[in-house]
Each structure stands twice: as C-alpha cells, then as structure tokens.
Design a protein around this ligand. Structure first.
Ligand code: NDP
Ligand code: 2IT
Length: 449
C-alpha cells in the first residue's frame, strides 16, 4: 500500500521536499498518513482545519550545545535536542535518548510516534522526545553526571511538570534520570514530578521499570488470545538486553514461554533452556557489561557475534526490543520461513515498512510499536498522577492499571481497524485510534499552533 489520497500525498511530498535527509521521520509519517486515508476520505472537516499539515510539524524544536568536562579535564561538546511535537491533549511527554546515532531525524520520528502512542494510552499526555548524541558507554559515573547536569541546565528552561515531562529511553535509565532530576531541583528550587522513571525514594512509581516490557507482553497476550493463541509453551526471541528487553523476558517467561535468544549491539546469545531475566539484569544493570558475559553464568549457551543474526533463530514469537529498523525484509523472511506466528514491537519502529508488509501478507499477527510499547509511557502517566496526588500506589495496583490500559489499547486498535475495513490490521487501527483524539482536540482548540 502507498499514500494514494491526493491531499495526504501532497502533505507527504512537501515534507519530502523540506526534509529530504530526515529518513526516519519521513518513514514514520509515511506509515501514519497511509493509515489515515479511510479517515480523511470521510472527514473533510479535518482537511479544512489543516490538521494533517499541522500535526506533521513539531510545535517547537529546541537544539542546544552540551559542553562538559571529561575525567582527563578535556572539554567535550555534544548536541542536545528536545522536540515538543504536540500538546493538544496534554503536556508534552516522552523519553530522552542518549546514543551516538541521535540526530534531528531520529528525534522527530520518535516525537511524532509519541503523539499517537500517548493518545492511545487514554491518559492526558502530548507527544515529545529528546536526547543527545552523547554515548554513555565506557564513561565513568562522574562523566555521566557532569553530562546530565549540563544537559539539564539548558533543558530545565523548557520543561516543567505541567509543560513537558521527559523520561528514559535508550541510554537513559535510573542513573541518568537521577542526575537530571537532581540538577533540575537545584536550578528551580522545586521538588516536582518533572521527570518520570524516578527512583522510588524520589517520587518514582512502582512497576515503571518493568512497565514497557510487561505492557508489550500484555498487549501481545490480548492479540494472541483474540486469535485463540497464547504465550504458553512458545519459543520467544527478544532482541536487545536493556530495560524493555529484560522485563519482556521476565513477563514472557511468567506467561509460560521460553525466551531462547537475546542480544546487544555486538551479538546474540542462544539458550534453548530459557534465559533467566535476573542474569540479564545483573549483566546490564549492575555490571554494565556485554551480553557475551552470559556464557560465564550459563556455559552451555551459545554466543554469536553480530546482532542481526538473531532473527534467523527459529521461534514462535519475535519481540524486537532494541532499536529502529532492526528487522529488515531479509530478517522478516527468515522469521516467516521458520514459522513465526506473532511479532510484538517493544522498540520504536523496529520493523522496516517492507518487513511489516511481509509479516502481514504471511498472516503473522503483528503488534505495532505505538500500541505494543505504550505501557512504558502509560505508567509514566500513572507516575505523574501519583506525584500530583502526593501518594504512591502498590506494585499490584500499578500493574493492574497497566494491564487494563494495554487491554483497552488492543480493543481501540482492533475496533478502529475493523471500522476502517481492514480487520486485524493493528498498524492501521493504532494509527487511526491514536490520531482521532488528537485531531478532535486540535480542531476544538482552533489554530493555536
Ligand atoms: P536500553 O538502553 O535500556 O537498551 C537498549 C538495548 O538495545 C541494548 O541492549 C542495546 O545494545 C540495544 N541497541 C541500542 N541501539 C542499538 C543499535 N543501534 N543496534 C543494535 N542494538 C542496539 O534502552 P530501552 O530498553 O529503554 O529501549 C529499547 C527500545 O525500546 C528503543 O527503541 C526505545 O525507544 C523503546 N522504548 C523504550 C521505552 C522505555 O520505557 N524505556 C518505552 C517504549 C519504547 P548495546 O548495549 O550494545 O547498545
Ligand atoms: O518511547 C517511549 O514511549 C519511551 N521512551 C517512554 C516515554 C515516557 O515518557 O515514559
């Protein structure tokens, strides 16, 4: 499928002319606009209100220099970003990514996706993303702290608990959130819920750490159940070994599956007896070591250099939880040939458009990122809620709410797909369901951005 509607194609072609180098951003917009065709054909009012032209432009992009001093006393300079994409349904909300591959295209694709994802959660959160091309790998804690303080010194001018609430993403976990929170508090002289993913000692929510991985499994469970299937007895492959991957591994195992392979950017491990998430947690969260270290704990496991080979391992359910475009057409074909029944995207945009088309044509159940990984930001929303009330819920209470939210997202995406005449197409369903709420809010608020 391609964008055939002349109006939507015109909007896309204009972006292509304006931002030809922003490949990831254009990829994300292309998918959403393609999905919106049945809606736009029935809703001339949305065209008249210029909703599409407006929704593809960020309300504000902040780009700044981040200077910091390394352990050798040398001055280092990185680029900092915050893309405040859309505030129609709530304060800007979305993670920060620290990775050398970060650029404006990556920030804009993530911010754009976040608009629809946050809308799907049913909570009042607008869409944003931020980050830096800083690489935390190999840096001392003191270097990471100095970087985070410098990053926050500028970012603090643009965020606030009712304005924009950043959180974690690749390369930004509890340690980085802590350093940023401390600096914000020092600058503003305010103890507020300005970030989520906070420590439990400083207003964090129980179950936020686990939420994205758990949520992805809850979403996939709904999708599998609707098709008479479940995780029980299935072989699962999870790419990555960071926050999302670790807790997807724990939940998939709790649901009766065996997680047989996981990876990092260097390579992947294969353990047919099932990977214990606690080992991954120790390797990644405590030791900050490479996945290869798994062999020290389980010598019978196998390590293969190179991360893309993980998709050639036969499995029933594939959960890409590392990064964008990690499953290309070749990887999709290998998974299909090996009999995969479902793909659940824990990462943002991990499958290329060609891979998604191949899965859908082969009848593989496909859970798209903005629905499947929305449990993380949903639980961030629950953290904001607890901060506003100045109280905290139990793990069980947060987890129950998360389950309910993931169930609702599945239903919203599934119903919207059906209404669009494409039953079972959760890509189309999630895009439409996420979009409609934001579009109505933008229309109601007039031409304010
Ligand atoms: P982490 O930094 O905790 O882990 C990232 C994992 O992915 C690591 O194993 C890392 O390997 C691997 N990885 C990162 N970049 C690449 C790359 N270019 N090629 C191969 N492997 C790579 O991040 P998260 O777990 O938080 O995030 C993973 C994905 O989930 C991202 O797409 C993120 O946007 C998405 N996401 C995260 C949410 C959250 O709450 N944290 C919520 C929703 C989505 P290595 O250590 O070798 O770099
Ligand atoms: O991509 C994402 O949804 C996240 N990184 C989590 C964002 C958040 O605000 O919790």
């Amino acid at each position: 499928m391609a964008i055939t509607n002349a109006y939507l194609k015109g909007v896309y072609d204009n972006l292509l002319k304006l931002y030809p180098e922003q490949k990831e951003f254009l990829q994300a917009v292309d998918e959403v606009l393609e999905s919106l065709q049945p809606v736009i054909e029935k809703r001339p009012d949305l065209v008249e209100s210029g909703i599409i032209e407006r929704i593809v432009e960020p309300e504000r992009v902040i780009l700044f220099r981040v200077s910091w001093v390394d352990d050798n006393g040398k001055i280092q300079v990185n680029r900092g970003f915050r893309v405040q994409f859309n505030s129609a349904i709530g304060p800007y909300k979305g993670g920060c990514r620290f990775h050398p591959s970060v650029n404006l295209s990556v920030m804009k694709f993530l911010g754009f996706e976040q608009i629809f994802k946050n809308s799907l959660t049913g909570l009042p959160m607008g869409g944003a993303k931020g980050g830096s091309d800083f690489d935390p790998k190999g840096k001392s804690d003191a270097e990471v702290m100095r970087f985070c303080q410098s990053f926050m010194t500028e970012l603090a001018k643009h965020i606030g608990p009712d304005t924009d609430v950043p959180a974690g993403d690749i390369g930004v976990g509890a340690r980085e959130i802590g350093y940023m929170f401390g600096q914000y508090k020092r600058l503003q002289n305010e103890f507020t819920g300005v970030l989520t993913g906070k420590s439990l000692f400083s207003g964090g929510s129980l179950a936020r750490t686990e939420a994205t991985g758990y949520g992805a499994c809850y979403f996939c469970s709904e999708m599998l159940a609707a098709n008479g299937k479940s995780y029980e007895g299935k072989k699962v492959i999870i790419s990555g070994s960071g926050n999302v991957a670790t807790y997807a591994c724990q939940k998939a195992t709790q649901l009766g599956a065996t997680v047989i392979a996981m990876s990092d950017s260097n390579g992947y491990i294969y353990d047919p007896n099932g990977i214990d998430y606690k080992i991954i947690q120790e390797i990644k969260e405590v030791k900050r070591a490479r996945i290869k270290t798994y062999l020290d704990y389980v010598p019978t496991a196998k390590y293969t250099e190179g991360c893309s080979g993980i998709w050639t391992v036969p499995c029933d359910i594939a959960m890409p939880c590392a990064t964008q475009n990690e499953i290309n057409l070749d990887s999709a074909k290998a998974l299909i040939a090996n009999g995969v029944i479902a793909v659940g995207e824990g990462a943002n945009m991990p499958s290329t458009p060609e891979a998604i088309a191949a899965f859908q044509e082969a009848g593989v159940l496909f859970a798209p990122a903005k629905a499947c990984n929305a449990g993380g930001v949903a639980t961030s929303g629950l953290e904001m809620c607890q901060n506003s009330m100045r109280l905290s819920w139990t793990f069980e209470e947060v987890d129950e709410r998360l389950k309910g939210i993931m169930k609702n997202i599945y239903k919203a995406a599934s119903d919207a797909a059906e209404a669009a005449g494409q039953p079972g197409n959760l890509v189309v369903g999630a895009n439409i369901a996420g979009f409609l709420k934001v579009a109505e809010a933008m229309k109601w608020q007039g031409v304010c951005y």
